[in-house]
Write a new protein. Structure first.
Ligand code: GDP
Ligand code: MG
Length: 265
């Protein structure tokens, strides 16, 4: 059949490739829904701002924010309930647990309530700035990646506001894991990531760790399974309000997790 018979297809082929690519990306963006999981423990002073910034930087995207709060004594949940009044209970979901049960299980719990086909995981304390979200999304649309992970350890990425000890701990943990595990990803201990939901479900089901090491286990297992992982540079800024929940016991857990991954992957 000639071009007149296939009018709509021919019309599309006449459009430059880059524009067609853009149209395809726009169409996929329109179809996609992003579930943003934000675990919280005592984030009363940060949660409003992070949600405001997510809405500001993700204006034309279909998304929901799932706050997984572990019974924060500072009343984080009261603030989330007020935010639900402002933004709607369909955009801000509060999924509370009775007590602090660790980050790994918080992600799993959040994911079970996610209705999107993509899941973003980010901290509540503004260390993961929502201004990077469009870049994560663009990278995924351009490459079709299964996972897009924020990285501090490439050009244009970085860390701001940490003291030398904390920088050394993070860098040391990352270098140690890189040397032992060879995952092909520059930032293993970061936790600002975008996943296809099906991929997240698959790797989560293989992960055993509970705390901070969970993020490292996920990316190492994803890499071993051959998933397509892309990186975008981010600057991690230390929290202004509240305090870190990373303590000595988490560091011990991290080292145990590293040895476990070395043996099992
Ligand atoms: N639901 C839940 N959230 C947690 C838990 N531990 C930490 N978080 C949250 O996870 C994110 C990262 O924790 P944070 O203390 O900032 O760790 P750091 O950035 O490594 O110092 C923050 O949003 C915390 O509120 C937990 O046990 N349960
Ligand atoms: Mg933090």
């Amino acid at each position: 059949m000639n071009c007149y018979g296939e009018r709509s297809a021919c019309w599309f082929l006449a459009i430059p490739l880059s524009t067609r690519h853009q149209i395809g990306m726009d169409a996929q963006k329109q179809k996609s829904k992003y579930s943003i999981i934000v675990p919280t423990y005592n984030e009363r002073l940060n949660i409003s701002l992070i949600i405001y910034l997510i809405f500001k930087h993700f204006p034309d995207v279909d998304f929901e924010v799932i706050v997984v709060d572990d019974g924060s004594p500072d009343g984080t949940q009261d603030i989330v309930k007020q935010l639900q009044q402002v933004y709607g209970e369909d955009r801000i979901l509060l999924r509370a647990r009775p007590r602090k049960m660790g980050l790994g299980t918080a992600y799993i719990y959040g994911m079970k309530h996610a209705s999107g086909n993509f899941v973003v995981i980010m901290d509540a304390d503004l260390s993961h700035h929502p201004k990077y979200l469009p870049g994560f999304l663009r990278k995924q649309l351009e490459t079709g990646a299964d996972i897009v992970t924020g990285t501090r350890y490439v050009k244009d990425g970085g860390v701001h506001g940490w003291n030398l000890m904390r920088k050394l701990t993070s860098r040391g943990a990352n270098v140690l894991a890189q040397t032992l595990l060879w995952p092909g990803v520059s930032d293993l201990t970061g936790s600002f990531r975008l996943y296809k939901k099906s991929v997240l479900e698959d790797i989560i089901s293989c992960c055993v760790s509970k705390g901070y090491v969970f993020q490292m286990e996920m990316i190492v297992r994803a890499s071993r399974k051959g998933y397509h992982i892309e990186e975008v540079p981010i600057t991690f800024v230390d929290r202004v309000y509240g305090s870190s929940k990373l303590g000595g016991s988490e560091i011990v857990e991290y080292l145990k997790g590293l040895v476990y991954l070395l043996i099992t992957t």
